[in-house]
Design a protein around this ligand. Structure first.
Ligand code: SF4
Length: 267
C-alpha cells in the first residue's frame, strides 16, 4: 500500500470518512472553484520560475473553466479570481524573495519513504528553494484569509509541514500564502521542525496504518457545539443515508462498487 499525508490526516480526522474515500471509492466532486483556481495558480508559479509568461499561463489554465458551473465562494466569480491571481503574481515578482535553482528538479518533487512491510509513504513537495537567501522546503497556499501569525512559532505545529519535513529530512520549512482578499497579500512564513516532531509524526503514521490494516473505521464526527466537522464532510450523505446529498457531493471511483460484497463480511 502507498500512503500519503492526505490519507493519514483523513484517517486521523474521521476513520469512517477514510473508508468511504479510500476503500469504498466515494470521492468529492471536483467543483470547488477556489480549489481548482489554486491548482491553476500553482501551475502559473511553476511557469514563473521557469522564466515563462506566468500571467499567460494562468489565463490559459483558468480559461478552461470559464463556462463550467463551479461552486464559487461568497462574492467570488471567474473574473474576480483571475484578477486577484494576476495581482498576486505581479506582487510575488516584485517582492523577489523566493529563488528556486534548477526549477525542473526543485519544483513538484515526488518523495518516497519506505515503511515496514511492503508499504510506502509518498509526498509531493511544492518546492525546495531559498527564501530571503536561506534554503527552505516551501509549500504554496492560496486562500481567502490570512494565516494566523500569533503566537510565535504557531506554524511549527502545522501537521503538513511536519510531514514534509519528516519525509525530506529538511528542518527549515516555509509557507508562502497567497491571500485572495480585497487587497491581495502574500505572507512568507518560516519555521523550524524539531527531530522529536519527526519521531512523533512517524509514530502517528505507524499507528494509523496499523488501525487501517486491522479494519478499524469508526465514525468520529468531532461534534461539539458550535463546531461540527460533519457539516463540511463530503461523506455526510453516506452517514445519514441521504441519497440527494450523496448525489450532489460525491462520485464513485469506477469499479469500486464491485467490492461492496466485502462489507457484508463485517456483519
Ligand atoms: S459525516 Fe461525520 S461521521 Fe460521517 S464520515 Fe463525515 S466526519 Fe465522519
Amino acid at each position: 500500500m502507498t500512503y500519503s499525508y492526505t490519507q493519514i490526516s483523513q484517517y486521523v480526522r474521521c476513520p469512517r470518512s477514510y473508508r468511504y474515500r479510500y476503500l469504498d471509492g466515494w470521492k468529492e466532486k471536483d467543483t470547488r472553484a477556489a480549489m481548482i483556481f489554486g491548482r491553476c495558480f500553482e501551475t502559473a508559479l511553476t511557469a514563473y520560475f521557469r522564466g515563462q509568461d506566468c500571467v499567460a499561463v494562468l489565463f490559459k489554465q483558468w480559461e478552461v473553466y470559464r463556462d463550467v458551473p463551479l461552486d464559487y465562494g461568497k462574492g467570488d466569480s471567474w473574473d474576480k479570481l483571475v484578477h486577484q491571481g494576476v495581482h498576486l503574481l505581479h506582487q510575488f515578482a516584485q517582492d523577489d524573495r523566493v529563488r528556486i535553482r534548477r526549477p525542473k528538479k526543485n519544483l513538484q518533487l515526488k518523495m518516497i519513504r519506505p515503511l515496514p512491510g511492503a508499504d510506502q509513504f509518498v509526498a509531493y513537495i511544492d518546492a525546495i528553494g531559498e527564501i530571503d537567501g536561506t534554503c527552505h522546503l516551501i509549500d504554496w497556499k492560496t486562500t481567502t484569509s490570512r494565516y494566523p501569525e500569533e503566537p510565535q512559532d504557531l506554524l511549527s505545529l502545522d501537521p503538513q509541514l511536519i510531514c514534509y519535513s519528516w519525509i525530506t529530512g529538511i528542518r527549515e520549512v516555509a509557507l508562502v500564502v497567497f491571500v485572495r482578499k480585497h487587497r491581495p497579500e502574500i505572507q512568507y512564513l518560516k519555521t523550524s521542525i524539531r527531530e522529536e516532531q519527526w519521531q512523533e509524526f512517524g509514530q502517528l503514521v505507524h499507528a494509523a496504518i496499523g488501525q487501517i490494516q486491522s479494519g478499524q473505521f469508526p465514525p468520529h464526527s468531532g461534534i461539539r457545539f458550535p463546531a461540527n466537522g460533519c457539516t463540511s464532510c463530503p461523506h455526510l450523505g453516506l452517514c445519514l443515508e441521504k441519497q440527494p446529498l450523496i448525489d450532489s457531493k460525491l462520485v464513485r471511483r469506477p469499479g469500486a462498487s464491485d467490492l461492496d460484497w466485502l462489507e457484508h463480511l463485517d456483519d
